[in-house]
Design a binder for this molecule. Sequence first.
Ligand SMILES: N[C@@H](CCC(=O)N[C@@H](CS)C(=O)NCC(=O)O)C(=O)O
Length: 203
Amino acid sequence: MNLYLTLTSPYGRIARIVRIQKKLEKLISLEVVKTRLKNSPYYNINPSGRVPAMSLKDGSIIEDSRLICWYMDHLDENPSLHPNSKDICLEHMRLESTARSMLDGTSLIWREIKYRSISERSMKIMEHEYKRAYRLADLFEKEINNPILSGELNMAQIILTCVLHGPQNEYINFDWQEGRPNLQKWLKNIESLQWAEETQPKL
Ligand SMILES: N[C@@H](CCC(=O)N[C@@H](CS)C(=O)NCC(=O)O)C(=O)O
């Protein structure tokens, strides 16, 4: 099986982290591809052109980090990163979805800056996304001691790490640290971990 991604994509990073956590490096090969190219050969593998995507043993392709991570976590029939009891399922998915919502916004800002000249960028859309990201940073500042975010590693924590950690926030000038000591403390513990360091986006 192959995992297709770029080393800049935060969604690809989520999948890379799960691959490491589930010790799937031998079973699933990493293939770094180029996205956004005219006539990219990658379109023959995944017509949507998005990353991450994964080829399965039967030759089919799945895309979207949520599905790929769910698949990888369940390969050994012992999912450790997804909620396994009804009691915590909603709470886990609430936090995971909120972190994803934040990531969708910061990724959009990143794309505006990376792929558009200053005159082409929509300041209105970027402003909207910056405000959303700061509001959600405030939410996580208040919620960071929630047992789902402070307990054993799980998808909600992995996605929050991919939002807060790495050089992309400096690139887009998203200074979430300011006035958010709890979140800073949480990330300090995470960033000392090898998997976080090893998967940092390569800008
Ligand atoms: N919801 C998707 C988002 C994937 C996504 O937007 N990937 C971007 C890279 S960060 C991409 O493939 N862009 C290339 C393109 O749009 O052609 C996921 O969770 O995997």
